[in-house]
Every structure is written in structure tokens, then in C-alpha cells.
Design a protein around this ligand. Structure first.
Ligand code: KDG
Ligand code: MG
Length: 415
């Protein structure tokens, strides 16, 4: 009844992932994900530095180990610390559920639903490619799509698939190739212009609504790029197109009051949180009902232990989940999202993207996607993911920093 080993792996089957594998003295293995896009070696080092602290501890005492790592760090919170604590926490929950012989969600209160409503990433450089992308997902049964559109005159736009084979939602080619890993030593520089964005996107939503009708759940990610006032004007303007949510309309991570400005002017639902990693960041957002959806990933937010508390608090304010689930969260991290999604009463929607075939050779998953819902295998104990160490070793780490963004005059801006 003790942790015997805590090993850290960095693998790059298409993009970099950090895996923590904890083994108990009776041979039970638990997996955690500490991937922090572009900063993978940093979380890997953090985990290596705390691994010795875990040895000999009772693996059952998850809350105590969480508090030990959080309060004991003294330098608490921040993305690196919280992603690393999360990897430990998720691995311990994986072990506990395997010992009980049940899927992890059983230990979190059991299944609150049959399946998880998910959304996919559609995008286009023009209308034919956007419609092709949306059609591909609808053909696969998706009920919800995030829609991103290239800005005229701007060389590349956040969230718009760049290569020809990524433009469609059909088959493997649906893999979104933009934010992953344009591998280089230094960040790629992009350009942003709010005026072009704010005049282009409302028309896009109007056209999509007219073409696909009222039933399609339509999401959009503004990626922190508008000022509070611009975000308010934009969110108000797109109200007629009835979005499921507008994500990261303004960088309210800097100041939650930004969202108050937006809220005062619009009923467009707001989602935020992919760069937020602790309850302290959520207190005001939730207490003042400044958001509708919590967007953090379980893996960036201290794991299941911490995220479950945030979602319980959110429940009392009518706020739901929409956990971050791009491909820079490994299948282990995505499994942690799914397991918590299954259990909480205030589940909203879950983001999914297509992993590369190489990633799925390294991580063996047991989830199925059918008719726009993810289903977990009720017979698979724990998280439902296995890690193939030998396969992982075939893909060594490669530097892949996130891009940076500048305005047309060269001023640095939010990416
Ligand atoms: O690492 C950054 C990406 O995960 C992020 O840019 C993706 O915004 C994103 C999303 O909503 O999935
Ligand atoms: Mg986002």
C-alpha cells in the first residue's frame, strides 16, 4: 500500500506529451498527463523534482497528497505547478479506480449521463472550405461545431487549418494542423487585426446559421483578442445567430472585471478558462456569474480533485463545464476530462479533436464517438487509457513553441 515508482516520459508522436506513470508496491499502474503546450520540458522537470516525495506514500490518500504538493510547494499555483500536481492526482485516481475495478467516474459519484456531448473544430479559408469542414463533421454525427474563419488579408488566422488535408472534417484528414506544433526553435509570428475580425465573423455566423438552420450548436473561440469594449460590441452583434458560446472574448484572465463590461451588453453565453489553473482565478468569475462555462482542462487545473471542487462551486451558480480538450492535451488528460464529465451534474459540453494515428499507437484508448457523443467503456477500470512505453520511445521530444501575435503595426498582442 505505497507508491514505489514515479516515472516521467516525454514523447512526440505528432506533438509533445508529458506522461507520469506511478506504480504501487503491489504493481498497480496509474497514468497522469502534465503536457503544457510549448513548455513540456518544464513540467517534466517539475515532476522529476517531486517524484522522490511520492515514494513510500499511501497511494489511497489522494487529498492529502494533493495538499502536500499544493501547500507544500510554498510557490503555489501557476500553470507549471498545477499541471504537474494534476498529473500526480490523475494517476492516483487511476490507481484507486483500478483497485476498485471500476471506471473512474464511479468513484466520483457514478454516471450522471449516458454519453458526453462533444464539439469538433470546423474552419475554412473561404466559404466552400468552411462548409466542407462543417459537412464532414455533420456526416460523422456531430451536433456541435466550433467555427473559425480566415481573415481577409491576414496571412494566417488562429484556429483555421492551414494545410489542404486539414480543411475537411472527413476521416483522418480532419486533423487540425494549426495550433499543434509548427516545430521550430523560435515561435512563429502571426498578425492580428480586430477591425477585420469584427466585421468578418458576424457575416460568417449569419451565413452558417442560414445554411444549417437552428439546430446546429455553434461555438466560436475569439482567443483573448478583443478589448472588453470590443468584446461587448461583438457579442451583442452576434446575438441573432444564437451561439452555444463565445470563448475567450477578451483576456479576462488579466482582470475578471473585463467580463462585467461584456455581460452588461449581451446575452451571448461566455466561456473562459483554458489558461486558468486554480480556484482563486475562478472565485470572482463564478460568484458574480460573469461566465456560463468553465473552460479549463482537468490536467491544467490540479487534476480531478481540484476541478471537481471548482465545478461543485460553479453548480450553485448555474455554471456548466466545457473542459478544454485540444490535441495538446494527451489522451490520458482527455480521459481525465471525460471521467469527470461523466460524473458532474453540471456538465455542459466537451471539446474533442482528432489525434494522429501515431498518438493512438502510443496511447491506447477505450472511448467511442457515436452520433456526436463520446461513450466510455463501463467495463474498463480506471481512466480507460494504456500507455505503450516502447512505442513512445520512437518519438523523441522536438521543440514546438506556441506562436506569438502582433498587430499590423508590429505591436505585441495576445495570441
Ligand atoms: O495550447 C494552446 C491551445 O490548446 C489552444 O490554443 C487551443 O484555444 C484552444 C482551444 O480552444 O482548444
Ligand atoms: Mg480556446
Amino acid at each position: 500500500m505505497a507508491i514505489a515508482k514515479a516515472e516521467v516520459f516525454v514523447t512526440s508522436p505528432g506533438r509533445n506529451f508529458v506522461v507520469l506513470r506511478i506504480t504501487t508496491d503491489d504493481g498497480i499502474v496509474g497514468l497522469g498527463d502534465a503536457t503544457l503546450n510549448g513548455k513540456e520540458l518544464v513540467t517534466a522537470e517539475y515532476l522529476k523534482s517531486i517524484a522522490p516525495f511520492l515514494i513510500g506514500k499511501n497511494e489511497d490518500n489522494i487529498e492529502d497528497i494533493w495538499q502536500y504538493l499544493y501547500k507544500g510547494a510554498y510557490w503555489r499555483r501557476g500553470p507549471v505547478t498545477m499541471a504537474s500536481i494534476s498529473a500526480v492526482d490523475v494517476a492516483l485516481w487511476d490507481i484507486k479506480a483500478k483497485k476498485a475495478g471500476v471506471p473512474l467516474y464511479d468513484l466520483l459519484g457514478g454516471a450522471s449521463r449516458r454519453g458526453l456531448l462533444v464539439y469538433a473544430h470546423a474552419s475554412g479559408v473561404d466559404y466552400p472550405s468552411l462548409y466542407d469542414s462543417i459537412d464532414g463533421y455533420l456526416d460523422k454525427g456531430f451536433k456541435a461545431v466550433r467555427v473559425q474563419f480566415a481573415l481577409p488579408g491576414i496571412p494566417s488566422t488562429y484556429g483555421v487549418a492551414a494545410s489542404a488535408n486539414a480543411k475537411t472534417g472527413k476521416g483522418e484528414s480532419s486533423r487540425y494542423d494549426f495550433e499543434p506544433a509548427r516545430r521550430s526553435q523560435v515561435p512563429v509570428e502571426e498578425v492580428w487585426d480586430a477591425q477585420t475580425y469584427m466585421t468578418t465573423l458576424p457575416k460568417v455566423f449569419e451565413n452558417v446559421r442560414n445554411k444549417y438552420g437552428d439546430q446546429l450548436l455553434l461555438l466560436h473561440d475569439a482567443h483573448h483578442r478583443m478589448s472588453p469594449n470590443q468584446a461587448a460590441a461583438f457579442a451583442k452583434r452576434i446575438e441573432p445567430y444564437n451561439l452555444f458560446w463565445l470563448e475567450d472574448c477578451t483576456p479576462a484572465e488579466e482582470n475578471p472585471n473585463y467580463l462585467r463590461v461584456v455581460r452588461e451588453h449581451t446575452t451571448t453565453p461566455l466561456a473562459i478558462g483554458e489558461t486558468i489553473n486554480s480556484y482563486t482565478d475562478y472565485l470572482q468569475l463564478i460568484r458574480e456569474n460573469l461566465i456560463d462555462y468553465v473552460r479549463s482542462a482537468v490536467t491544467h487545473t490540479g487534476g480531478i480533485t481540484h476541478m471537481k471542487k471548482i465545478m461543485s462551486y460553479a453548480e450553485f451558480y448555474g455554471i456548466k463545464s466545457g473542459f478544454h480538450g485540444p490535441t495538446d492535451i494527451s489522451p490520458v488528460g482527455q480521459a481525465a476530462n471525460f471521467q469527470l464529465d461523466m460524473a458532474i451534474p453540471n456538465f455542459g459540453i466537451q471539446e474533442v479533436m482528432q489525434y494522429t494515428p501515431q498518438t493512438l499507437d502510443v496511447f491506447h484508448t477505450s472511448f467511442t464517438l457515436e452520433d456526436g457523443y463520446v461513450h466510455l467503456d463501463a467495463k474498463k477500470p480506471g481512466l480507460g487509457v494504456d500507455f505503450d512505453e516502447k512505442e513512445a520511445a520512437k518519438y523523441p521530444y522536438q521543440p514546438a513553441p506556441l506562436p506569438v501575435d502582433r498587430l499590423l503595426d508590429g505591436t505585441m498582442h495576445e495570441w
